[in-house]
Design a protein around this ligand. Structure first.
Ligand code: PLP
Length: 441
């Protein structure tokens, strides 16, 4: 086994000596304080920092910088916020039912921590499925009146992981132009032919349905409620068109599940079209306890295929047991119906909207707890929300590019846990600040 006097062993040693040398130099470069990295490495990092600083400066200059206020209490109607005094009334969380700090929900989470542990250290299909995961999926399917449901770590993942599994190149996906970013990303990942219809425009939708009649399957995709305006999709008309053109429908119910409609079943119930959508995706991270998690519910063949093929499900960790137990308790509370939370949030919403309109403000949206106070000017929205915070009301101003230019607003979100007194106090603060800024007289 020799070649030119070289044995396999010496050849092995000499080729590995070179590798060892390179690796030793690399270790020295990274670990030794006196080793000066070659210029080319330094400049790669330096130029990356320069490029990113330019991007950051661009965001600051555009006035679209997002500052995070730090809350030092649980999420609730009244919170404490770093840098402010006392309790602040919170009108900007998606805590529609006020269940994020509900004692029964918290107790269920704590119990699951003891009985099922902190986490599974696994994806679902390896060793990450517990009895409580299956129970929650069954409850979700029952709540929505669907055949089956599958949990994800977030609704973003549910949206990212569904379209690519369901639709191929012979299919078409027809999406409202203002759908949520996670839907847009999910659609980008799939191979179906993609179409966008003008926001809530049924004529445009119909003309696309006419153009795409040769496709194997078609899916109309819409948010149930659009979160910037608090407006509801025209679901009855969408379902009628779907029937007429033999299409399926998909609805993202993140801003509807648990509170919209008399028993919180969402947009279908709100508009009286129960059971007509083919597929529903929603989040556990808003009204349903507010921790985290998302799901798809619909035909059992779809759910079964998602378990086999959906990438965020297959390659990401299981939802932690305390989070599962909190959401499960929320579904129990909703299905028992005792607390009548959807009615409470609807009453609070009506009170806020009516009083604000009577005071002279313009409120967008369709009687949804998302109640955007329309102001137009971006600076006005930002300065008014700062002035409201000084009066103990936490609301956020939204401006371009989050909403169209000239349509800046303060987005107020109503919860079932707000008392009438808190709502009235907030309206009074809006009236004072609105007069101060010349928005109302
Ligand atoms: N879809 C809509 C309409 C949303 O508003 C959101 C969250 O903001 C999501 C999806 C994502 O939900 P999650 O927070 O569970 O990822």
């Amino acid at each position: 086994m020799t070649r030119g006097g070289e044995t396999e062993a010496t050849r092995y040693i000499s080729s590995n000596m070179a590798a060892l040398y390179v690796s030793a130099v690399r270790t020295l470069r990274t670990r030794s304080p006196i080793f000066v990295a070659p210029r080319r490495f330094q400049s790669a990092i330096a130029s990356m920092k320069e490029i990113l600083e330019g991007e950051l400066e661009g965001i600051r200059q555009a006035g679209t910088w997002k500052t995070e206020r730090v809350i030092t209490s649980p999420q609730a109607a009244s919170i404490t916020v770093e840098g402010t005094e006392g309790n602040i009334l919170n009108f900007c969380a998606n805590n529609y039912l006020g269940l994020s700090s509900n004692p029964e929900v918290i107790a269920a989470g704590k119990k699951a921590l003891d009985t099922h542990g902190a986490g599974l250290s696994s994806v679902r299909f390896i060793c990450g499925t517990q009895d409580i995961h299956r129970e929650l999926e069954q409850k979700i399917a029952k709540f929505h009146g669907r055949e089956d449901a599958i949990l994800y770590i977030s609704c973003f993942d549910a949206n990212a992981g569904m379209f690519e599994v369901l639709l191929g190149k012979d299919d078409a996906v027809i999406s409202d132009e203002l759908n949520h970013a996670s839907i847009i990303d999910g659609i980008r990942l799939c191979k179906a032919q993609r179409f966008r219809y003008k926001h809530k425009d049924m004529r445009d939708l119909e003309s696309i349905l006419q153009q795409t009649q040769g496709c194997r399957m078609r899916l109309i995709v819409t948010d149930g409620v659009f979160s910037m305006d608090g407006n509801v999709t025209p679901l009855r008309e969408i379902c009628d068109l779907a029937d007429k053109y033999n299409s399926m429908t998909f609805i993202d119910e993140c801003h509807a599940t648990g509170f919209l409609g008399a028993t919180g079943r969402g947009t279908e119930e709100f508009l009286g079209v129960d059971g007509r959508c083919t597929i529903i995706n929603s989040t556990l991270g808003k009204a349903l306890g507010g921790a985290a998690g998302g799901y798809t519910t619909g035909p059992k063949e779809l759910v079964t295929l998602l378990r086999q093929r959906s990438r965020p499900y297959l390659f990401s960790n299981t939802l932690p047991p305390p989070v599962v137990a909190c959401a499960s308790k929320v579904f129990d509370l909703l299905m028992e119906g005792e607390a009548n939370l959807p009615r409470k949030v609807a009453e609070n919403t009506a009170r806020f909207r009516e009083k604000m309109v009577a005071a002279g403000f313009t409120i967008a949206g369709d009687n949804h707890p998302i109640s955007p106070v329309m102001l137009g000017d971006a600076r006005l929205a930002s300065e008014m929300s700062d002035a409201l915070l000084q009066r103990g009301i936490y609301v956020i101003g939204f401006s371009y590019p989050v909403v169209p230019k000239g349509k800046a607003r303060i987005r107020v979100q109503i919860s079932a846990v707000h008392s009438f007194e808190e709502i009235d106090r907030t309206v009074d603060a809006f009236v004072d600040v609105g007069k101060q800024f010349g928005v109302i007289s």
